[in-house]
Design a protein around this ligand. Structure first.
Ligand SMILES: Cc1ncc(COP(=O)(O)O)c(C=O)c1O
Length: 365
């Protein structure tokens, strides 16, 4: 790889880092995509060359996540945010109830959209403790007549992540996995629908992945706009209209990169090692740094913390910036510090940051 390229220490929360190897390959293929004399962006989405890219990306995702036969992978647009609306529009009828497990701002946004269509309720909320934790499974109670149960598997802003998912029996479990999809293994068959914007763990922004159980697709409300029906995209292999072809190409390349690394288990191990570097710097700081999340709810993807002394926190963020660490400010709604350590963030980036944290503490206490 070209070691002359100066790459940023990128901790952006999304869009976020992409693997250098993938960017290099995209650069190489940009002007003449595999002998077509065109870039991938200039190819018809109906061409054989594009269809291969499209189908390959679907097949790779199925392989990496061991997605069972009775599920479909869809490529949609509109981000996680449109899924907040598309989900209840398809599956929540007026007067019907759906349970939302509230673990942060993104759960709140999803809940607000559901109110436009039916009668959602909070199964459980950890708002009272500033969303520092994920509920324990025994705290969750819902009704067997609910249209579905919704959760946010990783809370990008608060830095918490589910370890185990509830078993909701016949009630479909729906997950917003925007900020942790493919970062660790999970059992797809527990879910009716999983959705995720690609721009954190899978590729660039512009593609939204949905993994949906086939039997649900036909149960959806038929009286909604064509483009907002999961069935439209499922019947047409996500080629009903022009898909975001470049984004899907990049997503496929990121998936190939993960496969070459050794697949989901290898990426999990790498993510655990990366997060540990930074959590150790927090835990060994004698409260110079304090984590936001309770330890058993900590996220491998978004590490949220404060520098206990507020003035020093400003200095920390400003020095981090001048040392080349990008995106370390907490979300604008909560402040503090956050390092997003998604799949493509290199180990070396996390190592450099944890060393910076230790050094900063030594220089300032
Ligand atoms: C967990 C989660 N869900 C949904 C969203 C919204 O995604 P989008 O910007 O793709 O609409 C985000 C964005 O950061 C997120 O972190």
């Amino acid at each position: 790889m070209n070691s002359l390229i100066q790459r940023a220490y990128n901790f952006n929360a999304g869009p976020s880092a992409l693997p250098l190897e993938v960017l290099e390959k995209a650069k190489q293929e940009l002007i003449d995509f595999r002998g077509t004399g065109m870039s991938i962006m200039e190819l018809s989405h109906r061409s054989a060359a594009y269809e291969e890219v499209h189908n390959n990306a679907i097949a790779l995702l199925k392989e990496l996540l061991s997605i069972p036969e009775d599920y479909e992978v869809l490529f949609l647009q509109g981000g996680g945010s449109l899924q907040f609306s598309m989900l209840p529009m398809n599956f929540l009828k007026p007067g019907e109830k759906a349970g939302y497990i509230m673990t942060g701002s993104w759960s709140e946004k999803a809940f607000s959209e559901a109110k436009l269509f039916g009668d959602p309720y909070h199964v459980f909320s950890t708002k009272e403790n500033q969303y520092r934790r994920i509920p324990r499974l025994e705290e969750l109670q819902y009704n067997s007549s609910d249209a579905y149960i919704h959760l946010t598997s990783n809370n990008t802003i608060y830095g918490t992540q589910w370890r185990d998912f509830p078993d909701t029996g016949d009630v479909p479990l729906i997950a917003d996995m925007s900020s942790d999809i493919l970062s660790k293994p999970f059992d797809v068959s527990k879910f009716g629908l999983i959705y995720a914007g690609a721009q954190k763990n899978l590729g660039p922004s512009g593609v939204t992945v949905a993994i949906i159980r086939k039997d649900l697709i036909e149960k959806a409300n038929p009286n909604i706009p064509t483009m907002l029906k999961y069935s439209t995209h499922s019947k047409n292999n996500s080629l009903y209209n022009t898909p975001p072809t470049f984004g899907i190409y990049m997503l496929g390349e990121v998936l190939s990169w993960i496969k070459e690394l050794g697949g989901i288990n290898a990426i999990t191990e790498r993510n655990e090692d990366k997060a540990k570097l930074i959590y150790d710097a927090i835990d060994q700081s004698n409260d110079f740094y304090v984590g936001h999340a309770e330890p058993e709810s900590r996220s491998l993807m978004n590490i949220t913390f404060r520098v206990t002394d507020e003035d020093l926190e400003k200095k920390f963020l400003s020095e981090a910036k001048s040392e080349g660490f990008v995106g370390v400010n907490g979300h604008r709604s909560v402040g503090g510090c956050r390092a997003s350590t998604y799949n493509s963030v290199p180990y070396e980036t996390c190592k450099a940051f944890s060393e910076f944290m230790v050094q900063f503490q030594n220089n300032n206490q």
